[in-house]
Write a protein that binds this ligand. Structure first.
Ligand code: MG
Length: 257
């Protein structure tokens, strides 16, 4: 299933995207991993609703330098343990919304990434059991104020601006193997990033084991798993699309704030 969150009128609901329509569902997000959500009988066309980010993370955990070729293009050595940072919940942005370029940055980059959406509380989870805690996968964009990243050695400032964590449009729950997915970025329709998640240095099950050895992941939390090579700058008026095989396409416009 493809889980979405959407606004119809003033009401935010979860739904299932099927073809060109959305079937509203009931129940709490945290229950979706246990049993398929029940439809309410109400359905909408895509034109009738505004899609929101497909979950409301308490935290977005981000992995730096997780593709070999990206580390090379940044002239950085390969990490021996995952490089972890976080984006605040206020940076989350829905599909179709505008990424806002902040006035204090002269270079803001896109980074196409696979988002792993957690479905049940996860603490001290082994890599063998890790995928049991995953509800599904989404497209994500680790938007980065590149010129602010070096002075900011912990990356939170350069990657934590409002609108810097686009997610969506759906959570795809039927992916068997997250380690073999094509991942692409398109800037104004032209392909700029192309790789496969099998090129990750640390795969999703390992990342879940590593992160949950430290902190509890909650339903709706998202791990964005690093970007392949080909990162580059965004300008006012651009359109950036992140595509992940079997999940879909996440498109956002860009505007100077
Ligand atoms: Mg990144």
């Amino acid at each position: 299933m493809k889980i979405v969150r959407f606004l119809a009128g003033n009401k935010a609901s979860y739904g299932l995207m099927e073809g060109g329509s959305i079937k509203e569902v009931e129940g709490k997000f945290a229950s979706f991993i246990e049993q398929p959500p029940q439809t309410t009988g109400r359905s909408f066309s895509l034109e009738e609703v505004k899609l929101l980010a497909p979950c409301t993370p308490s935290k977005v955990i981000c992995i730096g330098l997780n593709y070999k070729k990206h580390a090379e293009e940044m002239n950085l050595s390969l990490p021996e343990t995952p490089v972890i940072f976080m984006k605040p919940s206020t940076s989350v942005l829905g599909p179709g919304k505008e990424i806002l370029l902040p006035p204090q940055s002269r270079r803001v980059d896109y980074e196409a990434e696979l988002g792993v959406v957690i479905g049940r509380p996860a603490y001290s989870v082994s890599r063998e059991q890790a995928l049991d805690y995953v509800l599904g996968y989404t497209c994500s964009n680790d938007v980065t104020a590149r010129d602010l990243q070096s002075p900011d050695e912990q990356w939170t400032y350069s990657k934590g601006f409002d609108t810097f964590a686009p997610l969506g449009p759906v959570i795809e729950t039927e992916i068997e193997d997250p380690n073999k997915l094509e991942i692409r970025g398109y800037l104004n329709g032209k392909i700029v990033q192309e790789s496969n998640t099998e090129d990750m240095i640390f795969d999703a099950p390992y990342l879940i084991e590593y992160i949950t050895a430290c902190m509890t992941l909650l339903p709706g939390d998202v791990i964005i798993t690093g970007t392949p090579s080909g990162v580059g700058p965004l300008s006012d008026g651009d359109t950036i699309t992140i595509e992940i095989e079997g999940v879909g396409q996440l498109t956002n416009k860009v505007r100077r704030r």
